[in-house]
Design a protein around this ligand. Structure first.
Ligand code: BES
Ligand code: MN
Ligand code: ZN
Length: 497
């Protein structure tokens, strides 16, 4: 897909489809008004017939509009004028892309990024257009014997802006957004692949390919090397599986030599059965998405490479399956982590924290400026924040604020939750230093508390993406989150370094 900008009157444009906004009640945007005037009031007359629904994202496709060079006009409802904020704007973009996909238009001119939105600038609005197009056209059909349905011929999208200055701003936003979109697509693809294809070995191969493509260093450790490092918790999870574990390290050192890197650590459970504490059968297939944290690290490495960020970033992925079996860990087993601390495994389904804790100890060697781990860690997160916000925990309030801000900028929002010492009390064991679970109450917080015992050496944040990494139901599939949040966080750090 090609994206570009144009500072010109929409009514004069030769394009496969002009995309225009209309508020509920028929109020036209400036661009729509100009097109309406040029067409002799055609748009207003059509709207008078009442064929365009008022809800944001509803669309009406018009052909052969008089006196226009455009082949089609797509009217998109923006909802109520006074309620026009992020959600209706994004809804309108998604609706427009869905409708466009069903047409034969090869190119389109979007006249929606000039709408006034409180709290957001042109760059934000342009980025959302790019991400909506990428998301709306995304298909995962590589596992189908016949590709499903017709491919959309849409190959080029132009975003209308007011003038040259805006065009420059918008062009920069397009470059950043296409990088993020590419990263999200990679994260979605890896997430959507089934567990029998996307194994730890497969992920390691993907990392090596990505490193070649983007020009960064990749190191893959096998079981022997992982043993040597003393990662007893990670290996404990891996011992129940026939698939060998891998420990993946990606180093993109594009900043100054003296600059301490930022480390991203992604949970890479390629399938989570729960182990001996086995999960119920319903929806267990969705546990192929338990490597979406890892996928977001891959996607972010790709995005920042495309953005050419001049900074030092290390991506680390411990990856294994969590399986039951003759050799699997049992409730009550005690393991020694790389940090030297011992853990009593009371529930083998709390495996994410067991593989992450050793990776969090491993990254100490980089003396990182900050560490962010990303994990589909707890079902309790879905209960707490649903599918809207990612849960954010941190041992450093400045870092937490930066990540919340990056989530707003990328519209990939996170919500900061407490990790007070009061919650640490749940983690007590009679037999080891501490157990791997607390009680059911505040399950996402005690999981974060567990990780906090391995992150004392640096500024650290934990993103629990259990509710945001994938969608269930008819639209089942990985979302590519939180690549936008992470990419904006790293871009901001690189700009202020
Ligand atoms: N991968 C799951 C978390 C999960 C479950 C994410 C459902 C999204 C949807 C994780 O490994 C897990 O099983 N966590 C347990 C922890 C519990 C045993 C303390 C959970 O949330 O049930
Ligand atoms: Mn689990
Ligand atoms: Zn899991």
């Amino acid at each position: 897909m090609e994206f570009s900008t144009k500072a010109a009157s929409p009514e004069k444009q030769r394009t496969g489809c002009l995309v225009l906004g209309v508020f509920e009640g028929g109020k036209l945007t400036d661009a729509a008004r100009a097109v309406d005037a040029a067409s002799g009031g055609h748009i207003a007359r059509v709207l008078d017939h009442g064929d365009l629904e008022g809800r944001a994202g509803a669309t009406l496709l018009l052909h052969a509009v008089p006196k226009l060079a455009a082949e089609r006009v797509l009217l998109v409802s923006l909802g109520k004028d006074k309620d026009f904020q992020e959600a209706p704007y994004r809804g309108a973009l998604a609706g427009a892309v869905k409708a466009l996909r069903a047409t034969g238009a090869k190119d389109a001119l979007f006249c929606l990024a000039d709408l006034p939105l409180k709290r957001h600038d042109l760059a934000w609005k342009v980025e959302q257009v790019v991400l909506a197009v990428a998301d709306g056209l995304y298909r995962f059909d590589r596992m189908k014997s016949k590709s499903s349905g017709r491919r959309s011929p849409l190959a080029s999208v132009t975003i209308q802006v007011a003038d040259r200055k805006q065009a420059n701003e918008a062009d920069a936003a397009i470059r950043r957004a296409t990088a993020i979109a590419e990263g999200m697509t990679l994260a979605k693809d890896l997430g959507n692949l089934p567990g029998n294809v996307c194994t730890p070995t497969f992920l390691a191969d993907q990392a090596e390919a990505l490193g070649k493509e983007c020009g960064f260093k990749v190191q893959v450790l096998d079981r022997k090397q992982i043993e040597k490092l003393g990662m007893g918790a990670f290996l404990a999870v891996a011992q129940g599986s026939r698939e060998p574990p891998r420990f993946i390290v990606m180093e993109r050192m594009a900043g100054r030599k003296s600059e301490r890197p930022i480390a991203l650590v992604g949970k890479g459970i390629t399938f989570d059965t729960g182990g001996i504490s086995i999960k119920p059968a319903a929806e267990m297939d969705e546990m192929k998405f338990d490597m979406c944290g890892a996928a977001s690290v891959f996607g972010t490495m790709k995005a920042i490479s495309r953005m050419d960020l001049a900074s030092n970033v290390v991506g680390v992925v411990p990856t294994t399956e969590n399986m039951p079996g003759g050799n699997a860990i049992k409730p009550g087993d005690i393991v020694k982590t790389m940090s030297g601390q011992t853990v009593e495994i009371l529930n083998t389904d709390a495996e994410g924290r067991l593989i992450l804790c050793d990776a969090l100890t491993y990254v100490e060697k980089y003396k990182p400026a900050a560490v962010v781990d990303i994990a589909t860690l707890t079902g309790a997160m879905v209960i707490a924040l649903g599918h809207v916000a990612t849960g954010l925990f941190a041992n450093n309030d400045g870092l937490a604020r930066e990540l919340v801000q990056a989530g707003e900028t990328g519209w990939d929002r996170a919500w900061h939750l407490p990790m007070w010492d009061d919650y640490q009390e749940q983690l007590k064991s009679n037999f080891a230093d501490f157990p791997n679970i607390g009680s059911r109450a505040g399950g996402s917080i005690t999981a974060a508390c567990f990780l906090s015992r391995f992150t004392k050496a640096y500024a650290w944040a934990h993103l629990d993406i259990a509710g945001t990494a994938w969608k269930s139901g008819a639209e089942k599939g990985a979302t590519g989150r939180p690549v936008p949040l992470l990419a904006h966080f790293l871009a901001r750090r690189a700009a202020t370094a």
